[in-house]
Design a protein around this ligand. Structure first.
Ligand code: HEC
Ligand code: HEC
Length: 223
């Protein structure tokens, strides 16, 4: 009799453990962010630069950033980066949404706490909440592809490397990712630490990671 009960209990515990493992969406469990100085032992500047960019991608590819940087017309939500619910569109290149359904209809200048609304704890908010232009879309790109695109003034909004650094280190929408409101995991590290990684990446030549062999033949270019 005891045996049966403990057998059932074991199955129940296993099921709960399974759920616990499944719950956080892979790839994006809370990560820490290394500081730029930790890379100084890599003597070759190009290799150091690539390693620094690799560390930067922990932030860049985090859902807090990616959800606003799609290559199609819909923002994404949550750690699983599912389609925005309710459905909204970028409408035009400015990315503020359709007339009558502008992003700012729901997204205010600050995060807004919610109580008892379908499990959503807050609506994210920050001044000028809108989608990044398609040319700055990252979802579905490899780190090498994101890197090349980031450096390309034809696609990055005419920015120099210094402008890219300033945007990453100072911009308020970027900074929101570290204070994303209740119920949301912040991007790893801090914006200041991230800014220093970007500066060190630029100082070492802003090299892009070499695309893995598996991606060879695609459009990615490392340099
Ligand atoms: C009708 C209201 C409404 C409109 C309009 C709206 N949103 Fe949202 N949005 C929400 C709500 C509510 C959430 C929170 C959902 C959640 O956390 O599950 C949200 C979440 C998001 C997130 C997720 C943040 C994250 O990292 O999880 C992004 C990005 C976003 N919206 C972008 C936009 C953009 C860009 C527009 C305009 C093109 C827009 N939204 C228009 C209601 C709206
Ligand atoms: C609420 C939406 C939103 C979030 C969240 C967001 N961005 Fe953006 N991002 C934008 C918009 C809009 C632009 C275009 C701004 C412009 O050109 O004036 C942009 C542009 C950029 C650019 C300019 C160059 C380029 O090629 O993309 C960089 C770099 C960037 N974002 C980095 C980030 C990082 C890193 C994060 C997360 C830490 C982030 N963004 C989170 C909306 C967002």
């Amino acid at each position: 009799m005891m045996k049966t009960i403990s057998g059932i209990a074991a199955v129940a515990v296993a099921a709960i453990a399974f759920l616990a493992v499944q719950a956080p969406t892979a790839q994006t469990a809370t990560q820490s962010l290394r500081v730029a100085q930790e890379f100084r032992d890599i003597e070759n500047p190009a290799e150091r630069s690539k390693a620094l960019f690799g560390e930067m991608t922990k932030v860049i590819t985090h859902p807090r950033c990616m959800n606003c940087h799609p290559r199609d017309d819909s923002p994404r939500q949550g750690m699983a980066m599912q389609m925005h619910n309710p459905p909204v569109i970028r409408h035009d290149e400015s990315g503020f949404g359709a007339p009558g359904m502008r992003c700012t209809t729901c997204h205010g200048a600050e995060n807004m706490r919610l109580v008892g609304v379908g499990g959503i704890k807050s609506i994210p908010g920050h001044d000028v909440w809108h989608l990044a232009p398609k040319s700055m879309g990252w979802i579905g790109l490899s780190p090498a592809e994101i890197c090349t695109q980031l450096k390309d003034p034809a696609r990055n909004g005419g920015r120099s490397l210094a402008d890219i650094h300033e945007h990453m280190a100072e911009d308020g929408l970027v900074g929101w990712a570290w204070a994303p409101g209740e119920g949301r995991e912040p991007a790893p590290g801090t914006q200041a630490r991230f800014g220093k990684l970007v500066a060190a990446w630029i100082d070492t030549g802003a090299h892009c990671p070499t695309p893995p062999a598996a991606e060879a033949g695609g459009v990615s270019t490392g340099d």
